[in-house]
Design a protein around this ligand. Structure first.
Ligand code: SAM
Length: 197
């Protein structure tokens, strides 16, 4: 992997205000992929391909299917993925993740699309998990606002924080999945399907 270019990709995205994963979060998921021998990943929210490129670069046996609804970001992601010669390992779908469907199964599902829809994404794709697979979600801290709502006075942002809090409750109360929360990056959760006794 060419570290300079991946850093360039990160800096370009940040300079253009594309909301890509924070360094701590990306490091955490990359370690998780390596430690757990993850080979197939479904990502909701491609943006310009930064996280998908990071994941696929770990090993040539890793396949990432990633879904993005924004045409311009999709175009940019396709270009970036080609530049990294990863177009055989990463497939990008231009589609709303609330409409996209696949029969494929994955070792890891990574939710990083619209924060207001996390529960819907979780419910929609949980059947796409392989046995022992996990759903990882980013942005559960939402820049600290989930713990401290006084950090924002914006009504829309407050509503979004409310939705993230609901998602956290949904995960905590979920009978099917066991979730661990990590104060890493912008707040990450790892949800694993419980084994039936
Ligand atoms: N995973 C990317 C990374 O770290 O490089 C960042 C993804 S960014 C936080 C979220 C992306 O999800 C945006 O580009 C947005 O257009 C896309 N998005 C939001 N809601 C979506 C939906 N319902 N279906 C598909 N894409 C969606």
């Amino acid at each position: 992997m060419n570290m300079n270019s991946i850093d360039q990709l990160k800096n370009n995205a940040r300079n253009n205000h594309v909301p890509i994963m924070q360094d701590g979060g990306i490091k955490f998921i990359k370690e998780y992929i390596k430690d757990n021998n993850i080979k197939t990943i479904l990502e909701l929210g491609t943006a310009v391909g930064y996280s998908a490129i990071n994941f696929a670069s770990i090993d040539k046996d890793i396949f990432v299917l990633t879904v993005e609804r924004d045409q311009d970001r999709y175009n940019e992601a396709i270009k970036n993925i080609k530049d990294f010669n990863l177009d055989k390992q990463i497939r990008v779908e231009l589609k709303d993740a609330l409409e996209f469907e696949t029969d494929l199964k994955f070792d890891l599902i990574f939710i990083d699309a619209a924060k207001s829809q996390y529960i819907k994404f979780f419910e929609r794709y949980k059947h796409n998990l392989n046995d022992g697979g996990v759903i990882i979600t980013d942005n559960l801290s939402f820049h600290g606002m989930v713990d401290d709502l006084s950090l924002t006075h914006n009504r829309n942002t407050k509503q979004l924080v409310g939705k993230i809090r609901k998602y956290i409750e949904f995960l905590k109360e979920n009978d099917e999945f066991e979730t661990t929360f990590y104060q890493i990056g912008d707040g990450v959760s790892v949800s694993r399907k419980k084994k039936l006794d």
